[in-house]
Every structure is written in structure tokens, then in C-alpha cells.
Design a protein around this ligand. Structure first.
Ligand SMILES: CC(C)(COP(=O)(O)OP(=O)(O)OC[C@H]1O[C@@H](n2cnc3c(N)ncnc32)[C@H](O)[C@@H]1OP(=O)(O)O)[C@@H](O)C(=O)NCCC(=O)NCCS
Length: 211
């Protein structure tokens, strides 16, 4: 099963652009999620868009380097397409990309995956980000036979916490974090066991209650 998943994910990401497109409707708003493929790493317009979105939400993404268009292209090629169990879907409303949602960290032990790279780039269409995640989870359940989903975010990310709870995730644990300064901005790291200072932030881990 494990190798089968990696083969499927590779084939999907190296297939035709827009080869995996799932249409849905949320409160009368049609939207779609589209799997990003290797061909799209050459789409300069798309890379610039993803880069601009990433810059806007720098506080909530773990980048240790300043976000640039070149760096975003490299990240997409190496850290998304190049990772055997990572998938990224563009969320598109009325033919306009408004954000992205992804999957990562396949665990063969319990057939789970982690919701990854949730970014809203464009305001509007309330509720569509959650619906996009649910659409992606349903797709992963049917296509990759994933049985359960986890997601995590930092305890200061109120929007993300509200979003995950709204779509049926329940908190399962909290892990202590420390804020570390890097060239790309402040990022969270696991607090060392002997950390003497006050813990202000936690990684909040959620599991989906099931469909
Ligand atoms: C996390 C993130 C994707 C959440 O996006 P979001 O825009 O809150 O998601 P939704 O589309 O579900 O909700 C948008 C708004 O509509 C509201 N809403 C949701 N469903 C709704 C519905 N059915 N009817 C009316 N309003 C609704 C939400 O409460 C939210 O309101 P708010 O902006 O006043 O908080 C976004 O904040 C983001 O990109 N953050 C930066 C990156 C990040 O932190 N990612 C997560 C890392 S773990």
C-alpha cells in the first residue's frame, strides 16, 4: 500500500496540468480545486501569485528565508512536486485562484495524512477555504484510500483554529513551541525539553472526527 500511494502521487503530479480537477459548489458558489503538476512549476504567473500570497502570510508559514519568486519556484519544484507524499491544490472560484490547500506526511501505520499549506490569498467567498479542504479530503479518501486526517497550527493562529474546528477537526494535543528569529522572519520550533523560559505558544494538533 505504501509504495502504491507514492507511485500514485508521483503519477498524478507528473500528469497533465489540471488533470486532477474536482468541481464543487458551496452555498451556490461554484469552485474547484486543481492539483498542481510539474508543468505548472514553469508557469511564471502562477509562481508570482503563490509568492505574493506567501509573502502576505509570512507570520504563519515556516520560511527561514525571505520569500522571493525564485525561492517560491524552487520550493514548489523541490519541496512540493519533489516530495513523494506531498500534494498541493489550487482553490479556484469563478476562474480566479483564491488560495491553496494541500496534503503531506502519509503515515502508512494508520493510513493518515496531514492537511498542509492552507493559504487564502484573496478575500471573499466566506467558507470556501473549509469547503476546499473537505473536497480535498473526500478526494484523498476515495482516490488514495486515506482513512484519517490531521492538521496542526500554532496556538496564536486564531483564524486557522476556527477554520479547522468549523470543518470537523477536534483538538487532540498541544506541544510547546518557541519562537526563533531567522533571516526569513520568526518561525516556531519545538521547545527543547530543558527549556527554562515561559512557554507562550503551542502547536495545536487536530484530528478530523470523520465523514
Ligand atoms: C487560515 C486561513 C486559510 C483561514 O481562512 P478564512 O478566510 O478564515 O477561511 P474561511 O473562508 O473558512 O472563512 C472566512 C470568513 O468567513 C466566515 N465564514 C466561514 N463559513 C461561513 C459561512 N458559512 N457563512 C458565513 N461566514 C462564514 C469565517 O468565520 C471567516 O470570518 P472572519 O474573516 O470574520 O474570521 C487564512 O486565515 C489564512 O490564509 N491564513 C494565513 C495562512 C495560515 O495561517 N494557514 C494555516 C497554517 S496552519
Amino acid at each position: 500500500m505504501e509504495k502504491h500511494i507514492y507511485r500514485s502521487v508521483y503519477a498524478l503530479k507528473h500528469g497533465p496540468a489540471s488533470g486532477v480537477t474536482i468541481q464543487s459548489v458551496y452555498r451556490d458558489i461554484p469552485f474547484r480545486i486543481e492539483l498542481l503538476t510539474v508543468d505548472q512549476t514553469k508557469n511564471a504567473h502562477l509562481i508570482a501569485l503563490l509568492s505574493a500570497w506567501r509573502k502576505k502570510v509570512l507570520h504563519f508559514i515556516p520560511s527561514t528565508r525571505p520569500i522571493t519568486v525564485t525561492g517560491t519556484k524552487e520550493w514548489l519544484q523541490k519541496r512540493v512536486i519533489g516530495e513523494k507524499d506531498r500534494l498541493l491544490f489550487l482553490v479556484v472560484v469563478k476562474d480566479t485562484p483564491i488560495g491553496h490547500v494541500g496534503l503531506y506526511r502519509y503515515n502508512p501505520g494508520n493510513n493518515s495524512m496531514v492537511i498542509d499549506n492552507v493559504i487564502r490569498g484573496v478575500p471573499g467567498y466566506p467558507g470556501v477555504m473549509g469547503e476546499a479542504i473537505k473536497t480535498m479530503m473526500r478526494w484523498a479518501k476515495h482516490t488514495l484510500h486515506i482513512r484519517s486526517f490531521l492538521v496542526d497550527c500554532s496556538s496564536n493562529n486564531e483564524k486557522a483554529i476556527a477554520l479547522y474546528k468549523r470543518i470537523g477537526f477536534n483538538e487532540v494535543r498541544r506541544e510547546p513551541l518557541i519562537l526563533v528569529r531567522t533571516a526569513g522572519g520568526n518561525i516556531f520550533k519545538d521547545a527543547p525539553e530543558n527549556h527554562a523560559g515561559l512557554i507562550k505558544y503551542y502547536r495545536v494538533v487536530f484530528r478530523h472526527a470523520g465523514f
